[in-house]
Ligand binder design. Structure first.
Ligand SMILES: [Zn+2]
Length: 283
């Protein structure tokens, strides 16, 4: 009798375990290469997706390499959302390993506006919402039963971003000086949307140190244009930036092209942080 009770309890546990697993497996496992796309898949997919972020927010996505642990956590992924435009050259290894995963290039269709192969298009909210649309379409494709769920979430998410973006743009409009200089060439699309002008950038190749001539050119630009502020990024080395500050007395501010850290927990918060930092620096 005791044995039977034990068996019954064990069976109940086993069944309970199974049903939990079944419920989890109903979620589609999807991954995004960078944080802005991860935020979009999380907000559009909400509890219907199991979202994985590939490049941690503090790492440089241009020069990333996948560890065996990264590949491990991507097992079972159905869709990988990438930015492309040369950002994720390290992806080829991953695609070979995860043969069942569909890769969605979220920048496809907006490449006509891409200049000099600069990949940072998500920093223009118009382009980012186009990337969100590619995400929504792929989720609907993969899980058409929940189509209206994804469509509704997409609308709420992108509407809140565009409402805030327009508000911030009208704030930028009021500024007298709209010229910026950055360390890493991450902001041409942000500048395009918000009506700013990128005067120059220090880094010619992501991750490579600028030449002494380049530093001299930028210092001259700062002096000639009476630039009071320059911008660095948390994902890049900034020793050179510090030397320039000493030479020119320009003040340094931090812009974050990626987000995903304290105070910049979503795309919306990161956009607000960046534009408000620029306003603070330029006014
Ligand atoms: Zn970058």
């Amino acid at each position: 009798m005791k044995k039977i009770i034990v068996l019954t309890i064990l069976t109940a546990f086993f069944l309970a375990g199974c049903s939990t697993q079944n419920m989890n497996s109903k979620k589609i496992k999807v991954a995004a290469t960078i944080f802005p796309l991860y935020d979009a898949i999380s907000e559009i997919g909400k509890d219907k997706v199991d979202a994985v972020l590939i490049v941690p927010p503090t790492s440089d996505p241009h020069n990333f390499s996948l560890s065996p642990k990264d590949i491990e956590k991507l097992q079972g992924v159905k869709i990988i959302f990438e930015n492309d435009i040369g950002l994720e050259n390290w992806m080829s290894t991953l695609i070979k390993t995860l043969k069942d995963a569909r890769v969605i290039n979220t920048s496809e269709g907006i490449t006509g506006k891409v200049e000099n192969n600069n990949p940072h298009i998500w920093l223009n909210p118009d382009y980012f919402t186009a990337q969100c649309s590619a995400i929504e379409k792929a989720l609907v494709d993969a899980d058409s039963v929940n189509a209206s769920y994804y469509e509704a979430n997409f609308k709420i998410y992108t509407d809140s971003i565009m409402t805030e973006a327009m508000k911030l743009r009208s704030e930028i409009d009021k500024l007298q000086v709209k010229k910026i200089i950055s360390f890493h060439d991450a902001f041409p699309y942000l500048a395009e949307y918000f009506g700013l002008e990128v005067l120059g950038t220090l880094e010619e190749t992501p991750g490579a140190l600028p030449t002494p001539q380049k530093i001299k050119t930028i210092e001259d630009l700062i002096v000639k244009n009476r630039i009071k502020a320059i911008f660095k990024e948390p994902q890049q080395s900034t020793e050179i930036m510090n030397a320039i500050i000493e030479d020119t007395h320009a003040k340094v501010y931090m812009l974050d092209p990626i987000g995903g850290t304290e105070g910049r927990n979503g795309y919306l918060e990161t956009m607000k942080y960046n534009v408000n930092t620029i306003i603070e620096a330029l006014k």
